[in-house]
Ligand binder design. Structure first.
Ligand code: INI
Length: 161
């Protein structure tokens, strides 16, 4: 029965919340679309542009190091990490995608800073285009919406909302 249960959940209002978007330059044709989607989500949910920092890194491999630094600074309510890893002919893809996923997951669980995973891991460029504003939506937009909800939820759980 949930009649008497207290439901604790985040809202999708970004007003008053601060975000950092960390975005990889590798495959920038895709990542710039993810960034546009993330900025669109934040604007639509009431985030002030002055409350958004955009931090560029060379590639997805570098996302965890910068996310950890930002998490330690505690200047933001959530981080939105964007990248595009596209499979090539060598196992390089597995190392870059694996490290980005593992590293960002560890930061989210060990620091308490919400970290939205907006890193595409695709077999083909076409799959990436589909997910960066094509028929699969925009995973940058989706990651930002998750970051907003998690930032709001964390504030509630901490009693700072
Ligand atoms: N970085 C990406 O973000 N996506 C890729 O597909 C990719 N590939 O395929 O090589 C990639 N490599 C660069 C990597 O992220 C680092 O920037 C580089 O290894 C230097 O540390």
């Amino acid at each position: 029965m949930t009649d008497s249960a207290q439901i604790i959940e985040g809202t999708l209002s970004a007003a008053g919340l601060k975000f950092a978007i960390v975005v990889g330059r590798f495959n920038s044709f895709i990542t710039e679309r993810l960034l546009a989607g993330a900025l669109d989500a934040l604007a639509r949910t009431g985030c002030d542009r002055a409350d958004i920092d955009v931090v560029r890194v060379p590639g997805s491999w570098e996302l965890p190091a910068v996310a950890r630094e930002l998490a330690s600074q505690k200047r933001h309510d959530a981080l939105i990490c964007l990248g595009a890893v596209i499979r090539g002919e060598t196992p390089h893809f597995d190392y870059v995608a694996g490290e980005a996923a593992k590293g960002l997951g560890q930061i989210a669980t060990t620091t308490g800073m919400p970290v939205a995973f907006g890193v595409l891991t695709c077999n083909t460029l076409e799959q990436a285009v589909d997910r960066a504003g094509g028929k699969g939506g925009n995973k940058g937009f989706d990651a930002a919406m998750t970051a907003i909800e998690m930032a709001s939820l964390m504030r509630r759980l901490r009693g700072t909302a």
